[in-house]
Design a protein around this ligand. Structure first.
Ligand code: MRU
Length: 344
C-alpha cells in the first residue's frame, strides 16, 4: 500500500492531515512556506524523516515566490521560519542544511537556476528517504530472523517518513520476505500515534496488529508475547543515546528486564554526531492540554497542572542495535556509529 504522506505536485506541497486519522483521510494543499511551517508545528505532518522532507519542500516552495532583488534576505527568513518549527528531530535541520548548501553553492548561477535546483534537491531528499527506508527494512528483516512477535511504540511508518517507514519498514520487509509477523502497538499517549496512525497503516497492509495501552507493555513481555522491540528515532547522539517518542525509554527498560532485544531503526540522517550524548538533545515541551485532554475532551479537573515532554532519551546501553540503510550498528556505539555514518 502506498501511503501518500507528502508530495510535491505542480509547485504545491500536498500533505495527508495526520491529525484526522484514522477516521478521515484529508489532503491539504500548501502554496507557501508559511503554511508548510504551520503544518509541521500543528502536526499535520510529523515523524522525523517526514518533517525533514516537509522542511526541504517548504524551502523550495518559499524560494519559488521570492522576487530577485530580495532573494538573499527572503531565503534567510524562510530558513529561519522552518528551523523554528520543532526542535528535537534532527532530520529537519539535516534537510535544511542540505538545502542551504545548494543555495550557497549555486547562487552564482542566478535566481531562476537556484529556484529549480532547490526544488530538485527537495525531491531528491524525498526519494532518497524512501530508498533508505526500503534498504534498512531489508537489513532489519534479516536481523530479526524468525522472531515474529514484535512490539513498537509511536508511529515510525510511512506516515512518519517519505514512505515505507523505518520500524514499520522492517515489518513490511518481513512480510514481503514471507515471514510471519504480529505487531503489538503501544497506543502512545498523549498524541496517540500508535492507536491512530500505526494501527491504520499496518491494517491497510494487512499486517496483524493488536493495540495495547502503553502501561501494558510489561504485562505482555512477562508473558513472552514480545520477542523483539523495534522503534524509530528522532535523534541519535554520537554515543548511541536515542531520543524518540515519550515512553520509549520505559519500553527499553522493560525490554532489558525481560531479555528482549531493543532495536532502533533510523536512516543515517537521524544520527547527529554533533550531539555527543543524549543530554545534548533538545526535548520539545508541548501544550499540556494534550495531556489533560483526549481528542479535545478534558479528562481531569480544569486548571490542573500538566507536563508534556514529547520525547525521552533511551541510554545507549539499553539499545541492542541500530538499523540504518547502511547496515546494522552494534555496540560499542561510541566507536561504531562514527565510522558507520562516514561509510559510503
Ligand atoms: O511527535 P512525533 O509524532 O513527530 O514523534 C515521532 C516519533 O517519535 C517517531 O518515533 C520518530 O520520529 C521516528 S519516525 C520514523
Amino acid at each position: 500500500m502506498a501511503v501518500r504522506t507528502i508530495q510535491w505536485n505542480n509547485n504545491r506541497v500536498i500533505m495527508l492531515d495526520q491529525r484526522l486519522l484514522p477516521h478521515k483521510e484529508v489532503y491539504r494543499v500548501y502554496k507557501n512556506y508559511e503554511g508548510v511551517a504551520q503544518a509541521i508545528r500543528d502536526m499535520v505532518i510529523r515523524g522525523a524523516p517526514a518533517i525533514g522532507v516537509a522542511a526541504a519542500m517548504g524551502v523550495a516552495l518559499g524560494a519559488l515566490w521570492v522576487k530577485g532583488k530580495n532573494f538573499d534576505r527572503e531565503i534567510e527568513r524562510i530558513f529561519h521560519t522552518l528551523e523554528k518549527t520543532r526542535p528535537t528531530a534532527v532530520n529537519l535541520f539535516w534537510a535544511l542544511e542540505r538545502m542551504r548548501r545548494i543555495y550557497i553553492e549555486k547562487r552564482g548561477e542566478g535566481v531562476e537556476a537556484v529556484k529549480q535546483l532547490l526544488k530538485q534537491e527537495a525531491i531528491k531528499i524525498y526519494e532518497e528517504d524512501i530508498a533508505a527506508n526500503r534498504q534498512l527494512g531489508k537489513f532489519g528483516a534479516k536481523l530479526l530472523g524468525n522472531a515474529s512477535r514484535v512490539l513498537t511504540h509511536c508511529n515510525a511508518g510511512a506516515l512518519a517518513t517519505a514512505g515505507y517507514g523505518t520500524a514499520l519498514g522492517v515489518f513490511r520487509a518481513m512480510k514481503e520476505a514471507g515471514k510471519e509477523i504480529e505487531v503489538l502497538v503501544d497506543e502512545t499517549r498523549p498524541f496517540l500515534q500508535g492507536a491512530r496512525l500505526t494501527i491504520w497503516e499496518l491494517k491497510k497492509d494487512k499486517i496483524p496488529v493488536t493495540l495495547i495501552t502503553d502501561s501494558m507493555a510489561g504485562y505482555f513481555m512477562q508473558r513472552g508475547r514480545v520477542q523483539v522491540v523495534v522503534v524509530g528515532a528522532d535523534r541519535i547522539a554520537a554515543n548511541g543515546d536515542v531520543a524518540n517518542k515519550i515512553g520509549t525509554y520505559g519500553v527499553a527498560v522493560l525490554a532489558r528486564r525481560h531479555n528482549v532485544p531493543f532495536y532502533v531503526a533510523a536512516p543515517t540522517s537521524t544520527i547527529d554526531l554533533k550531539c555527543l550524548t543524549g543530554a545534548d538533545i533538545p526535548i520539545e515541551q508541548r501544550d499540556p492540554k494534550e495531556v489533560s485532554h483526549i481528542l479535545g475532551r478534558a479528562i481531569t479537573l480544569r486548571g490542573v497542572r500538566a507536563l508534556n515532554p514529547a520525547f525521552d532519551v533511551t541510554p545507549q546501553d539499553l539499545v541492542s542495535a541500530i538499523i540504518t540503510e547502511k547496515g546494522v550498528i552494534t555496540p560499542p556505539f561510541a566507536q561504531n556509529l562514527r565510522s558507520h555514518v562516514h561509510r559510503t
